[in-house]
Design a protein around this ligand. Structure first.
Ligand code: SAM
Ligand code: CO
Length: 281
């Protein structure tokens, strides 16, 4: 059952781990509870402010008792309270229990998840989207979200059973980019249809790809870049949905590149002419 975290817009001091509000927040460690409540946890002042500035809805702001009197924290709390969020001022022990580690961040926020409806994706000429087939590793997914943000990709599509974009570890690895890059989800069959209807190149990455990733003209229309699962790579049903299969050449003894690294290399090549130092895109 999902349970509401507290009545909106109230300030509470909590020191007990037995407090039901705290128990509920601690359950956000579990994907099932994140899914049920449609919420997730973001840790640290920077992430919480990034989220709010990008218009994400905060349900609960949590901060350490030691933060009382801190101007920046109190200003943030006033802002969240005005948005209808609850404020929890908690002991060090409670904070550590929520973060599940020592030396936790002083500030944390419970936010509402946001997913882009696949039907609303209608790419412009210069847009690049990244699709990830069954990405498993939270660090990889977080790094890819961060890199997609930096490279100016328009969004990320999670295909099939993937690691959760809103897991604390993933959110942490994005360094705030999770609040800037639209995320959508599809199963394999939906993605095949989506790829077939894509009004431009669908570039799959494959160790058996016949085309050097530096060869295609990526500026001819919107590009959909598809990356394979860490262990298995792309299954046939997905590679068959691509218009080309590209490969990054390799020297040395490594069989393949790390998924996040391969994504970064391809994205920067695809965005080569769009990205300049003067900020023009
Ligand atoms: N064992 C897998 C295979 O045989 O396909 C390797 C998977 S690799 C670790 C994970 C993903 O990273 C691949 O599916 C592909 O999307 C991308 N990748 C890694 N190295 C690559 C390369 N040299 N060229 C193109 N894509 C690569
Ligand atoms: Co519940």
């Amino acid at each position: 059952m999902s349970s509401s975290i507290a009545a909106p817009g109230r300030v509470k001091e909590v020191t007990s781990l037995a407090n039901p509000i705290i128990k509920d927040i601690r359950l956000l460690e579990k994907k099932r509870h994140r899914d049920e409540t449609g919420t997730f946890l973001a840790e640290g002042m920077k992430l919480v402010i990034d989220a709010i500035e990008n218009g994400w809805d905060i349900r609960t702001l949590i901060y350490a008792k030691a933060g009382k009197g801190n101007e920046q924290i109190e200003a943030l709390a006033a802002r969240c309270l005005a948005k209808g969020a609850d404020i929890l001022i908690v002991s060090e022990k409670v904070l550590g229990a929520i973060a599940r580690r020592d030396n936790p961040q002083m500030v944390m926020g419970v936010f509402e998840q946001r997913w882009t409806d696949p039907a609303s994706i209608s790419p412009d000429e210069k847009d690049v989207w990244v699709a990830l087939d069954r990405v498993r590793d939270p660090g990889n997914l977080g790094t890819i979200i961060r890199t997609a943000d930096a490279a100016g990709a328009k969004g990320i599509i999670l295909v099939g059973q993937t690691t959760d974009a809103f897991a604390t570890e993933t959110v942490r690895a994005t360094m705030g980019s999770v609040f800037a890059v639209p995320l959508a989800r599809m199963d394999e069959a939906e993605f095949s249809t989506f790829a077939k209807n894509w009004p431009g190149m669908v570039a799959g990455t494959h160790l058996k790809g016949a085309i050097d990733y530096r060869k295609p003209d990526y500026d001819a229309g919107p590009v959909l870049l598809l990356m394979g699962n860490e262990q298995a790579g792309l299954p046939d049903i997905l590679s068959e949905a691509c218009s080309i299969l590209i490969k990054i050449p390799q020297a040395g003894r490594a069989d393949s590149l790390n998924l996040a690294i391969a994504t970064g290399i391809c994205l920067y090549e695809i965005r080569r002419s769009a990205l300049t130092f003067d900020g023009a895109s």
